[in-house]
Design a protein around this ligand. Structure first.
Ligand SMILES: Nc1ncnc2c1ncn2[C@@H]1O[C@H](COP(=O)(O)OP(=O)(O)OP(=O)(O)O)[C@@H](O)[C@H]1O
Ligand SMILES: [Mg+2]
Length: 344
């Protein structure tokens, strides 16, 4: 179920992009400029109606910009055939958007069919993708969308967008329709997937915590898609550019920052200090995962284990707060391990 094809992502450059809808006095997106590096996962966060979807849809020309330029790997997208362009950009639309009269397999096969792949190659790819998003092909391929839960439908949407292995993915609130627990699972799966895929991804969300968990960089947007801050999650949490960004982070910036810090940044207690129950914390987990597990179990301390499940120490709420009190360098590895939940 390897789907990594070493398709490294592409560089996307938007320069002075404006969109004014027909007969509208005010632009939906005004003078938007951004460079996204190959393989980056960029989160757009902002309130409803601020222009996130409009900005995104101009990249694959579902919406034509009124002015400005957009290029992918140096090629001006306005000079490309729009249909051709869309086949090379994976797109997960807001509200899932599966075709109700097609089976799951047929939904995932839409772009391969457009690209004229053979039946055998398409079938193989569909099965590979369904397995990747943890939907057993033998069970799900023949079903119709309405026979799946909301979270399962969203996974099909992600599989469909990945079908032709595009270097660029645009994802508009792909996990929006799921409950918090399913969402966290999908986020963790998605991060693991992206680790091997290395695509250039623009991902829209309303949920600031989701942005922190997933993003290499976050663009906090206000009306007309104005960029209030564009930086790493850690920098935004520690130094919000203005009151607007601060209000978006909301309360508990310190707690949110825990998701970015590996457990190993804490001074671990002795192994014997924890009760030694079945719930452990992995060295790959974040301090946020550790805190969640402590709260869930109600235990004063939990055992931290290495990748071979060997105990290496213990973690407690006090030891977590000690980290927040000190200035901690944020290790990049932490973000990737976010959301893996408790070890063991
Ligand atoms: N086809 C359209 N014609 C006129 N105005 C539009 C059209 N589509 C969107 N708009 C307006 O453009 C603005 C930006 O819309 P957009 O869909 O990009 O917002 P969004 O940030 O994606 O919002 P949400 O979070 O609710 O999905 C909104 O004020 C919206 O009403
Ligand atoms: Mg939208």
């Amino acid at each position: 179920m390897q789907i990594a094809r070493n398709t490294s992502g592409a560089r996307i450059v938007l320069d002075g992009v404006t969109k004014t809808y027909h007969n509208q006095p005010i632009a939906a997106v005004e003078n938007f400029s951004m460079t996204v590096e190959p393989g980056e996962l960029i989160m757009f966060v902002g309130p409803s109606g601020c222009g996130k979807t409009t900005t995104m849809k101009m990249i694959n020309r579902i919406i034509e910009p009124t002015s400005g330029s957009i290029s992918i790997d140096g090629r001006d997208v306005l000079s490309l055939d729009p249909n051709e362009l869309r086949r090379h950009i994976g797109y997960v639309i807001q509200q899932i958007g599966l075709f109700p009269h097609m089976t799951i397999a047929e939904n995932v096969a839409v772009v391969p069919r457009l690209l004229g792949w053979s039946k055998a190659k398409t079938t193989e790819r569909v099965e590979e993708l369904l397995a990747t998003v943890e939907l057993e092909p033998s069970e799900f391929a023949g079903r119709y969308p309405k026979q799946l839960s909301g979270g399962q439908q969203q996974r099909v949407g992600v599989a469909r967008a990945l079908a032709a292995d595009p270097p660029v993915m645009l994802m508009d609130e792909p996990f929006g329709a799921t409950d918090p627990i399913t969402r966290e699972k999908l986020q963790a799966e998605f991060l693991r997937l992206q680790e091997s895929l290395g695509k250039t991804i623009i991902f829209v969300t309303h949920d600031f915590d989701e942005a922190v968990r997933l993003g290499d960089r976050i663009a906090v947007l206000s009306n007309r898609s104005q960029i209030e801050q564009f930086d790493t999650p850690a920098n935004i949490l520690t130094s919000p550019a203005n009151d607007y960004v601060a209000s978006f982070i909301g309360h508990g910036a310190a707690i949110k920052r825990l998701v970015l810090i590996p457990v190993t940044e804490a001074k671990l207690g002795p192994v014997g200090q924890s009760a030694g129950g079945p719930i452990t914390v992995s060295v790959d987990d974040s301090l946020r995962d550790a805190l969640d597990s402590l709260v869930l179990t109600g235990l004063p301390a939990l055992t931290v284990v290495d990748r071979s499940e060997r105990p290496v120490g213990s973690i407690s709420v006090d030891r977590i707060s000690a980290v927040l009190g000190a200035e901690v360098p944020i290790a990049p590895v932490a973000r990737r391990s976010a959301g893996t939940g408790q070890g063991a």
